[in-house]
Write a protein that binds this ligand. Structure first.
Ligand code: GLY
Length: 251
């Protein structure tokens, strides 16, 4: 189903202190990130989405990565319990805004769960069991949102959606490592070349797919699969180990 709302929050003043293992983290520009975020918001608005801005959070460096704060499905939201201490406290702003639109429930200890692990795949979710999300988190997700959740276990990764996203029409894009995982059985899988793995984090809005700029082979694959592609520069987001999906919660 094509989403109609996008919840976003612009990068806060502490953004350059984000959690990141990216080799160019030290060069990240807050000004550049804000410009890229503005372009992202404009693009979503041009695609017909109502863009809902959560008030800026200058206390938490990773607060623009709202995707991790909540998972929305079936007209309800689970507010996530972040795995990283530095990210706890990001959620109240997102929860307060979502509550204006739908019932919410907070994930509870011992759950940890972050929306960056949760792929929405038409009537079902596929979640990473990762460095950030545990089985209890998935159990609470499944129970509150009343949706089946398949899992992919890989505690070496931060978030599954850095490697697997759903495009629509039964088609996924996934890096080689996950392409044959049983949780993805039944979907057509596009596998980008290894050097274009970052391009697997895509944001689909109907038949249009937002993709990171510079990954031309992956973009050609998505176009040939029948989608329109919009390419966005997210260099300053990537330096904080973020990607296109991380910047919004869609419903
Ligand atoms: N910088 C995104 C995260 O580590 O959660």
């Amino acid at each position: 189903m094509t989403p109609r709302h996008a919840l976003v929050r612009e990068p806060g003043n502490q953004y350059t202190s984000c959690l990141s293992e990216h080799p160019l983290h030290h060069t990240v520009s807050l000004k550049g990130a804000r410009e890229q975020h503005q372009k992202y918001r404009e693009t979503l608005a041009e695609l017909g989405l109502e863009v809902i801005m959560v008030p800026r959070d200058d206390k938490h460096p990773d607060s623009c990565f709202v995707e991790d704060n909540a998972v929305v499905e079936n007209g309800k939201a689970l507010i996530c319990r972040m795995a990283k201490e530095s990210r706890r406290g990001e959620q109240p702003g997102v929860a307060a805004t979502l509550e204006e639109y739908m019932p919410i429930k907070w994930a509870e200890e011992p759950a940890t769960i972050e929306g960056g692990d949760v792929v929405h795949a038409e009537g079902k979710l596929i979640s990473g069991i990762s460095d950030r999300t545990n089985y209890e988190g998935v159990a609470q997700l499944q129970e509150w949102l009343e949706v089946p959740v398949a899992t992919i276990f890989d505690p070496t990764i931060m978030h599954l959606k850095s490697y697997v996203t759903y495009l629509g029409k039964g088609i996924m894009i996934a890096t080689e490592k996950y392409a044959n995982h049983p949780a993805l059985e039944g979907y057509n899988i596009l596998i980008p070349p290894a050097e274009e793995g970052y391009a697997a984090d895509t944001l689909a809005v109907g038949d249009t797919v937002l993709m990171a700029e510079g990954y031309t082979t992956a973009q050609t694959m998505v176009k040939e699969a029948g989608f329109d592609v919009i390419s966005l520069n997210v260099s300053e987001i990537q330096k904080c180990d973020g990607a296109l999906t991380c910047l919004s919660v869609l419903w």
